[in-house]
Ligand binder design. Structure first.
Ligand code: NBG
Length: 826
């Protein structure tokens, strides 16, 4: 029935020609300049042209999206719903042009109008709706879901302000609001008539209905409306387009009117502002939830609106509820959307009147959960009181889930009474907390980590009890990155060189890069490879000169550490080594022979004192070194402000050495590590996260691993780690730390960085910086020696790229589709 319907409807769609030549694209751009943007077509400015081009692409995307939706409907395919509080898509223009196969046409059309594609693309301001790896992973996965033609939907929040804009002022991080919407919303459709009510607060009323059933409903709730904003994610040249639906909060009409009716005009406006605050801003905390009420509201806001969407689509099918898991899977990206579990239970039990057992059977077959962190401070918990106030019915449901779960556990482990306290969904101590990861595990059929190493740690330590209870739920899905953005788009000349040699199939089958290996011994290929890399470095050097006023040598070793600032990522270890090199240059000129350019970038959470302080230390060290005439070109240190996807695209193709130096056992996976290696950078890294798998693929001889293994970290800690011993034994390290503590880099405030050194020497050095210092210095020396032999370096670089096929997000998403979701392409 559906297929016939869709067949009829299809004929009413305006026919889109298979390919639109440059001329028709140009006409569309001009039409949008005039009719959508209201500007004179004679002399539009660059921003106007960018927006008109975006709108012209949106036209093409929406046609393909509608066709793709019809395919999904007509096949009645099982759907994947990917719920994430964060998406970090980066700029869309180039990605969409590449996916639609319109890059050359756009270039031609723009040239005709007197513009360059690169300049026009630079007009785009990216939506920073994520903090870092987790949000960017979600966007890579949507790209792959579209390329694999999966019946999938991304769901998130349309924050009015994304991650803050970072300025560096006098060496310090300063945060500015990120008004990404100021240029308009040329990529999305705002569905102002498509809204769902979301209800918070209030009281639970219990009553008995005519059939004698105990019923629950929420009284005196506050209602906020969720409005859908849709953005389109095209697959690579496959005419398939997915939807990323982001919810924006809107006030509910009734509320406004009730205020207006009592004559309280300002009150009405204040209510409106309060309601719409829900989607106002992304919380800028990476791996350490802030625990604010507004954040829990955001989580429920996303969940409630999304589940209503899912249920609405399911109801249209007119099939029984027990078929829900056969037709849908809901994927929880971290625990942030885990309140979806009690929300689905509430709908099934309170509204659809299923029994608890029936509803639970459905829930546990519908949800799947990915864990992205083992840092104890990042495991999400909520005060029970807050939960009760904001989501009273959900808390009751969580208690009931817990009661039944603990009952089963007691039966399974009669001799281990302590296990109950350890696995309970509610932590009971002086204060009571809801543990979101426990809720997510108990309510899902699949729990996965994001690298082989991380997934083992989940089973062996963090969630060991749960692994004993539900061994079949635990699995690994090593992260991946999309080669479309992270090679083809960000490094077009290298991509072109590759395609010239092995054809374009690698774009959708990254394992094809293996075919480059025979060229590794060809001199011509070597030369071309290194020329491309050098050209990329020249471009970055120009950018650094423009932005920071620092001249760096493109021929120097570009040693890059870009990612969020967090103590476990150990930017501090890196800067200690920079200072050690500086000292060597000062004390014995000639001992350092390989000139280096250190490039740092990354944001610190605004309330994370030590991370911000380390940014300041790096900038102070940079200033001292860059202005010391004894150093000359041997060493330069650059901090590039406002690290984001756009900036990553500039930096990664120009990197020689990629710093992935987290304390072993702390980085769940990393995805930056993959982007660098794919572009031919060599990794210096610890035995952590996906570094280990990168090593297995590219070969131990093609990267520089160092430092303690995670079990050694644990052993050292349990035996009583004494960082002072390392300080006392290692004179080079001692000199570095004494300089920092003594104000060498902060002469006007000599005590400024003393606390950094204190955290290492007197407060336990939680991240084992001193324990790993010496092996890091040795490996850095190996890297410098290797760089001196440019031919050998080129070989390593090519082998890195050619062996990175496994780390495609297409591979990762395909594994999710087969092993967890049970879906295939339409
Ligand atoms: C991050 C991890 C990274 C990992 C990304 C994506 C969180 C909570 N976790 O190691 O720290 O690569 O998730 O999986 O942001």
């Amino acid at each position: 029935m559906t297929s016939q319907n869709s067949g009829n409807r299809k004929s009413r769609l305006p026919e889109a020609p298979a390919t639109r030549p440059a001329e028709s694209l140009k006409q569309d751009i001009l039409r949008h300049v005039l009719y959508s943007l209201g500007r004179d077509t004679e002399r539009p400015d660059r921003q106007t042209v960018f927006r008109a081009l975006a709108l012209s692409l949106r036209d093409r995307l929406v046609e393909k999206w509608i066709a793709s939706q019809r395919d999904i409907y007509s096949r009645s395919s099982k759907r994947v719903y990917y719920l994430s509080l964060e998406f970090l898509p980066g700029p869309f223009l180039r990605e969409n042009l590449i996916a639609l196969g319109l890059e050359n046409e756009a270039r031609e059309a723009l040239t005709d109008m007197g513009f360059g594609l690169d300049d026009v693309a630079d007009e785009e301001y990216e939506p920073g709706l994520g903090n870092g790896g987790l949000g960017r992973l979600a966007s890579c996965y949507l790209d792959s879901m579209a390329t694999l033609r999966l019946p999938a939907y991304g769901y998130g929040i349309h924050y009015a302000y994304g991650i803050f804009y970072q300025l560096i002022k006098e060496g310090r991080q300063v945060e500015r609001a990120d008004n990404w919407l100021r240029g308009g919303t040329h990529w999305e459709f705002e569905r102002s008539h498509y809204v769902h009510p979301v209800r918070f607060y209030g009281q639970v009323r219990e009553w008995v209905d005519e059939q004698g059933r105990l019923r629950h409903s929420l009284e005196n709730a506050t209602t906020v409306m969720a409005m859908a904003c849709d953005m389109f994610i095209p697959g690579h040249k496959n005419d398939y387009v997915l939807n990323m639906r982001l919810w924006a909060a809107k006030t509910s009409r009734e509320f406004e009117f009730s205020f207006f009716n009592t004559g309280d005009y300002i009150g009405a406006v204040e209510e409106k502002i309060r309601d719409e605050n829900i989607s106002m801003v992304l919380y800028p905390n990476d791996e350490a939830p802030e625990g604010k009420e507004l954040r829990l509201k955001q989580q429920f806001f996303l969940v409630s609106a999304t589940i209503q969407d899912i249920v609405r689509r399911f109801r249209k099918k007119g099939i029984a509820w027990d078929q829900l898991p056969r037709k849908n899977v809901i994927h929880l990206n971290e625990t942030h959307p885990a309140v979806a579990i009690p929300e689905l239970m509430r709908i099934l039990v309170d509204e659809e009147l299923l029994t608890w057992e029936e509803a639970w059977y459905i829930c546990v077959r519908t949800f799947a959960y990915t864990n992205h962190t083992v840092l104890p401070e990042a495991l999400e918990v909520w005060p029970e009181d807050l939960f009760r106030r904001l989501l009273p019915r959900h808390l009751q449901i969580i208690h009931e889930i817990n009661r039944r779960f603990l009952h089963d556990v007691r039966r399974q482990f009669p001799n281990d009474p302590n296990i109950l306290g350890r696995v309970s969904l509610v932590h009971e101590g002086e204060s009571r907390w809801v543990r979101m990861s426990h809720l997510a595990i108990v309510g899902s059929f699949s729990v996965n980590g994001v690298s082989a190493h991380h997934s083992e740690i989940l089973k062996e330590s963090v969630f060991h009890d749960f692994y004993k209870i539900f061994p079949e739920r635990f699995n690994n899905k090593t992260n991946g990155i999309t080669p479309r953005r992270w090679l083809r788009q960000c490094n077009p000349t290298l991509a072109w060189l590759i395609t010239e040699h092995i054809g374009p199939e690698w774009l959708t089958d990254l394992a094809q890069l293996k075919k480059l290996e025979p060229y590794v011994n060809s001199e011509g290929f070597h030369r071309a490879w290194m020329e491309v890399r050098l050209r990329n470095k020249h471009k970055l050097a120009e950018y650094i000169r423009d932005k920071n006023g620092i001249t760096v040598m493109p021929e120097s070793l570009f040693d890059v550490h870009v990612k969020r600032f967090h103590e476990y990522k150990r930017q501090l270890l890196n800067v200690l080594h920079v200072i050690a090199l500086y000292n060597r240059i000062r004390s014995s000129p000639g001992s350092v022979t390989v000139p280096r350019t250190y490039i740092f970038g990354g944001k610190a959470a605004p309330g994370y004192y030590m991370a911000k302080h380390i940014i300041r230390l790096i900038n102070s060290v940079a200033y001292t070194i860059n202005t010391d005439p004894r150093v000359g070109d041997l060493l330069k240190v650059v901090f590039l402000q406002n690290y984001c996807v756009t900036l990553a695209e500039r930096i990664i193709p120009a990197t020689d050495l990629s710093e992935q130096i987290s304390t072993a056992g702390m980085e769940a996976s990393g995805t930056g590590n993959m982007k660098f290696a794919l572009n031919g950078a060599i990794t210096i890294g610890t035995h952590d996260g996906a570094n280990i798998e990168i090593m297995e693929h590219v070969g131990n001889e093609n990267l520089f691993l160092f430092g303690l293994l995670s079990h050694e970290v644990n052993e050292m800690r349990s035996q009583g780690y004494n960082p002072r011993l390392f300080y006392e034994r290692d004179s080079e390290l001692r000199e570095v730390l004494d300089m920092i503590a003594g104000g060498f880099f902060s002469p006007s405030e000599p005590h400024l960085f003393r606390d950094v050194v204190e955290s290492l020497l007197n407060h336990g050095d939680r991240y084992m910086v001193l324990a790993d210092f010496r092996s890091y210095v040795y490996r850095q020396q190996d890297a410098a020696n290797a760089f001196m032999d440019q031919a050998a370096w080129a070989r390593m670089s090519m082998l890195n790229t050619s062996r990175m096929g496994f780390f495609s997000s297409d591979r990762a998403v395909d594994e999710y589709a087969k092993d967890i979701w049970g879906v295939s392409g339409v």
